[in-house]
Ligand binder design. Structure first.
Ligand code: FMN
Ligand code: SF4
Length: 413
């Protein structure tokens, strides 16, 4: 099979079918209104992804309450948001009913912004100031996650991504650094119970076998005590807990996993390989293989960090541009059994129509992400986000922000 046949072949996820192997990653864009509802900017972004024939699209990190937001203009999923979210899903499904749509549910935990949310941590990292999360407070968070899952279901989403990556609350609880003596801290059996309990409660409340449930997971967070390390004070990779986690969630009904790595507020270049170290992306394909090797064949693994490969002009040595371009390299990883689908993050900003153009043989028209990370700068500065290279609207926002606030010294979210 050639690359095109592989990438355009359908795949089953649970009882559902994805029309191709392109997954559009959750990409937070801080363009919601004051109530956390989608605005015209939000609509425009997602309409393009649906028109572009993505196999599956993830709605960006949507906050389960107004107290758990990392960004002021973040989408929210509370009872008051049900109607606007229902209209949103309906409009997108009218554009393309075949594209699956999942919502990424999140609580920002220690990354919640204290200016408008409550910053809580299970055990604060040395460089973070936050309140300690109590067991009573966590009971309420469980309720909020379950309610948010029901709202996603009622709004017409095809499923949820119960976010367990990138340093937000889910991953903070899982990491070995959470050695605090409490219900969900210390030994792995206690830390993993948070995700296990949550899955069981969500499954019971939603009770629909056609509704997908899965998680995006940072297989290795890349700092001492981060998830996927050998203990609370070492950065050394140990896959024991990530493997046990995905197998346990698979037993509890997970039909897919989105592999990721890093924690962008600490190890941003690991989460999204940049021009200075494009080869960090190779770690992601390694992590995806670890998940693939340990899950049932029917559980779908979605690999991350493909944007850096672009059309082969990616500063990666020892490979020809043909072999290392996103489309060929992605298809090769699927053919070798390392992943089932490929996730596009920044590339989905640069060209939301990529799958459509590829299917129609218009590869030359694809806008390739240059990994300049100007979109990341917009996120850090809490501005509406999109591709600053191919979309003048966002380029102008970045220019104005730089004029007003000066240049950005440190790059992390
Ligand atoms: C502006 C921006 C927003 C992001 N928002 C999210 C998000 O809401 N949820 C998430 O899991 N990851 C988020 N990410 C990470 C991406 O989903 C993805 O994992 C990462 O960019 C690596 O993929 P890529 O190399 O294809 O860009 C974001 C990244 C960027 C640059
Ligand atoms: S702004 Fe740069 S990194 Fe972001 S999507 Fe556009 S080209 Fe890619």
């Amino acid at each position: 099979m050639d690359a095109k046949q592989i990438l355009l072949s359908p795949i089953k996820i649970g009882t559902r079918e994805c029309q191709n192997r392109f997954f559009m990653q959750a990409m937070e864009c801080t363009d919601a209104d004051a109530d956390g509802n989608p605005t015209d900017l939000t609509y425009t972004r997602y309409e393009k992804l649906f028109k572009g024939e993505a196999g599956m699209v993830s709605l960006e990190a949507i906050s389960i309450t107004d107290r758990s937001r990392a960004r002021l203009n973040q989408l929210m999923i509370m009872p008051k948001n049900l109607k606007p979210l229902t209209t949103f899903v309906k409009r997108l499904k009218e554009i393309n009913p075949k594209t699956l749509f999942i919502f990424q549910l999140t609580h920002s935990g220690e990354l919640s912004n204290p200016e408008f949310s409550r910053r809580v941590s299970v055990k604060p990292l040395p460089t973070y100031v936050s309140d300690i999360l109590t067991e009573e407070e966590l009971d309420q968070i469980f309720e909020d996650f379950v309610l948010a899952s029901k709202i996603a279901h009622d709004a017409g989403a095809d499923g949820i991504d119960m976010k367990l990556c990138h340093g937000y609350l889910g991953s903070q609880i899982l990491r070995p650094y959470n050695d605090r003596k409490w219900k969900y801290g210390g030994p792995w059996e206690k830390r993993r119970q948070f995700a296990f309990d949550l899955y069981e409660r969500i499954q019971k409340a939603v009770n629909d076998r056609n509704f997908l449930i899965g998680s995006k997971i940072s297989v290795w967070e890349g700092f001492p005590g981060g998830f996927g390390t050998a203990g609370p004070d070492t950065p050394v990779i140990d896959y024991t807990e990530p493997i046990d986690l995905v197998k346990g969630l698979e037993e509890r009904g997970a039909q897919y996993f989105i592999q990721s790595a890093g924690s962008p507020s600490i190890t941003v270049s690991l989460t999204q390989a940049d021009r200075s170290a494009p080869y960090f992306a190779y770690l992601h394909q390694t992590f995806a293989k670890v998940l693939r090797d340990n899950l049932k064949p029917e559980t779908v693994v979605i690999g991350s960090n493909y944007s850096i490969f672009r059309d082969g002009r990616n500063r990666l040595c020892a490979v020809t541009p043909e072999d290392s371009c996103l489309l060929n390299y992605g298809a090769k990883n699927i053919a070798m059994g390392f992943t089932d689908m490929i996730g596009l993050g920044r590339q989905s900003f640069a060209d939301p129509l990529l799958p459509l153009k590829y299917r129609e043989g218009r590869e030359k028209e694809i806008n390739w992400c240059t990994a300049c990370d100007d979109c990341l700068e917009l996120l850090i500065r809490q501005q509406p986000i999109g591709c600053c290279v191919y979309n003048k609207f966002y380029r102008d926002i970045l220019r104005r922000t730089r004029e007003e606030k000066g240049s950005l010294k440190v790059k992390h979210t």
